[in-house]
Design a protein around this ligand. Sequence first.
Ligand SMILES: [Zn+2]
Length: 213
Amino acid sequence: MHRVRPLPAYLVQRYHGWKATGWHENRAWYRRLADEGQRPRAMVVSCCDSRVHVTSIFGADQGEFFIHRNIANLVPPYEQDGAQHGTSAAVEYAVTALHVAHVIVLGHSQCGGVQGCVDMCEGRAPHLEDGSSFVGRWMDILRPGYDRIKDDPHPARALEKEAVVVSLTNLMTFPFVRAAVDAGQLTLHGLWTDIGEGNLEFWDPATGAFKPV
Ligand SMILES: [Zn+2]
C-alpha cells in the first residue's frame, strides 16, 4: 500500500475550510446525527456521474437520503448466486434494516454509461463487449431495455429513461421489496433529470411516459 499518498493540498485546504464553517456552525446537528443514528426516509439510486447532484436538486440535508450510486443508476435483477452484489446489498439494507418509505431511481441526461450501452448494442464498442470489461458486463443489465427503444430516433435519450424503468422493474424482483410495496410500506419512484436545463421528470406508470415534476 506504499503507493497510497496523503491527500492533495487543495482537498486538505477545503476540508479545513468546511470544518471551520459548515461543520462548526452546525455542530449540534452533526452531534445529533451521530448520537441518534440515521433514519433516512428515502433511498436514491443514481449514476456516479459527477454532474448528478442528488442532494442539491432536493435541497437535502445529511441524514435524509440513503444514496447508492453506480454506472447508469442500474438495479440488477434479484439473483441468489452467492456472488458479491453491491447494489443489491444497498437495496437490502435500505429496505429491510432502515425501512425507507421510498426508493427513488434517478436517471440523467448525457449519461456516458447509457451511451456506452447504445454503442455496444450497435456494434461500435468492441472493448465493452469484451468479457473483461466491468462496464460492459454491468451494462448488460440494460440490453433488454435497448431492444425496446432501438427504433427511437434518439436512442441514447430514450435509453436513459428506459434505464430507470428497467431498474424499477428489477427492484420488484427482490422479494423483500415486493413484500414492502405490497404491504403499503414502500413506494417506488422513477425520475430523470436534464443536467443542462435543471429539469426533472417522473415516470408515470399509467401512461408509461415521463412527465415534468
Ligand atoms: Zn450516468
